[in-house]
Design a protein around this ligand. Structure first.
Ligand SMILES: NC(=O)c1ccc[n+]([C@@H]2O[C@H](COP(=O)([O-])OP(=O)(O)OC[C@H]3O[C@@H](n4cnc5c(N)ncnc54)[C@H](OP(=O)(O)O)[C@@H]3O)[C@@H](O)[C@H]2O)c1
Length: 323
């Protein structure tokens, strides 16, 4: 059975995606995350639908944890416990309210969680992704400062990894929670564009894709926000207001199903380097922000990220080396 690895596949948009995928014939789901108890609850729910579900412990904000998880995944593949990776879905993500916090590696938490962890995971597993397999990043329409989504959450800053890891350390006013989030999602799209370029140069048929699920209420994304904000976000009044403001709206079911399509549907086999958006029950390819097509910024982000995750020569895949 081909395997689909999904981070954050036990909750929110990821869980809805997992439900869609497990209903397909011959799929093994590898749920990757840091909370094995919560993941097991979701796994039992998914197994009840008849599919095979395995767990992979991984805190995506910790480089050590990502390396351990990637090594475990390789062992599972080499031993035949799971079959080759049909898709890797980089879906875990978070917003961090309150004082700026840092990962075990000393990097600002939003950038560590939403960017560097998945960057390292893909570097370590890309050679185990099947030909014509997919790498999908759950980004966000909020990355685009020219849209209502981007303006409301906070206009994305420069996607400079060397600055973003140290946000809040210099004594200056740190970037807001919203700006750190939207900038991290801009970086995810830049990774997809740079990855597409590198894979094409290496004559690989692996397909990297960026995904905007739209604004989806009721997931765990706002969990660090004040309770009233979390409650308000789920009300129909708030949804009405957001729609009037021009925010890209979707439902958890629709966006989860859209992510599942990007993972396996032949219709997206030619989606390499592209950006797809879920909006009001429509799922279409869109242009991402102007900055997301800045090739120099993408290359710098990539090479800086390689240094920040301390990528060793023996970890470097030829598939992603052609910068
Ligand atoms: N909801 C929206 O409106 C919206 C809009 C645009 C984009 N997105 C993106 O969609 C993706 C899914 O979010 P969601 O809305 O479904 O929220 P969610 O329910 O909170 O899901 C986020 C997932 O990420 C996991 N995660 C967070 N930090 C992690 C870490 N350090 N290590 C491993 N896993 C970690 C969480 O696991 P735990 O259970 O361990 O916390 C959770 O499973 C995110 O990338 C988010 O940025 C969401």
């Amino acid at each position: 059975m081909p395997t689909i690895l999904i981070t954050g596949g036990h909750s929110g948009i990821g869980l809805e995606c997992s439900k869609q995928l497990i209903a397909k014939p011959r799929v093994t789901l590898l749920l990757a995350g840091r909370d094995l108890d919560r993941m097991e609850v979701a796994a039992q729910q998914l197994r009840a639908k008849g599919g095979e579900v395995k767990l992979l412990e991984m805190d995506v904000s910790s480089l050590t944890s990502v390396r351990t998880a990637a090594a475990r995944c390789r062992t599972m593949l080499d031993s035949g416990e799971i079959e080759e990776l049909q898709a890797v879905l980089c879906n875990a993500g978070a917003q961090f309210m309150g004082p700026v916090s840092y990962s075990p590696d000393g990097y600002e938490m939003t950038f560590a969680t939403n960017c560097l962890g998945h960057f390292l995971l893909i570097e370590l597993l890309i050679d185990k992704v099947a030909q014509k397999g997919r790498v999908v990043y759950t980004a966000s329409g909020t990355h685009d400062p020219d849209t209502a989504d981007g303006k409301v959450v906070g206009k994305a800053a420069e996607p400079d990894a060397l600055v973003l890891i140290d946000v809040g350390k210099g004594g200056d006013k740190p970037l807001s929670t919203g700006v750190r989030y939207t900038t991290s999602k801009l970086c995810d799209i830049l990774y997809v564009h740079e990855m597409d370029k590198r894979l094409r140069r290496a004559n690989s048929s692996i397909v990297p894709i960026a995904f905007d699920p739209g604004s989806v209420a009721g997931t765990g994304l706002l969990r660090t926000h004040p309770k009233p904000v979390q409650v308000l976000a789920k009300t129909s009044l708030m949804k009405w207001v957001m729609r009037r403001m021009g925010i890209t709206m979707s439902s958890v079911e629709f966006s989860g199903a859209a992510l599942a399509k990007l993972a396996v549907d032949p219709a997206y086999a030619t989606g390499s380097g592209k950006y797809f958006q879920a909006k009001d029950d429509r799922f279409t390819e869109q242009r991402s922000s102007i900055k997301s097509y800045d090739v120099a910024a993408a290359l710098k982000l990539w090479t800086d990220s390689e240094a920040l995750v301390h990528l060793r020569p023996d970890e470097r895949s030829a598939l992603l080396s052609a910068g």
